[in-house]
Design a protein around this ligand. Sequence first.
Ligand code: FES
Length: 151
Amino acid sequence: MAVSLTINGKVHDVDLPDNVPLLWVLRDAIGLTGTKFGCGVAACGACTVQIDGQAVRSCQVALADVWGEVTTIEGLGQPGNLAVIQQAWIDHQVAQCGYCQSGQIIESPQPCWPKPLPPRMTISTPPCRATCAAAEPIRASVPRSRTRRCV
Ligand code: FES
């Protein structure tokens, strides 16, 4: 299936089977490796991206089912121009092993992102959250990103 996907504001032409998960399209075909593979069953959140501003598990979305513009961790702020949530992550020293961090960040509310996120959105709680020392800093970071305004 040949399709054009808009990812982080840039159009990419891909020709892959319909049922290839978006995760592998991003990582293997496009080379955006910031989106991680963890569980493959929609439980961990490491593969989370946004489609038209809605957080989705890219391991569960087939190429044929991608319905809008995809945003990955690479599409957020850049060094020197971080998204609010990325700066909050740094300020709260969130990262521990870091593997789930891109998924956590992309799933967090991001008021500076052009498209508003659904109000019901909350951060995921993957299984390793029970013991990960990043859990509390993550909880501290997310409310800040909800209240700060874009400049
Ligand atoms: S790899 Fe998709 S939710 Fe874990």
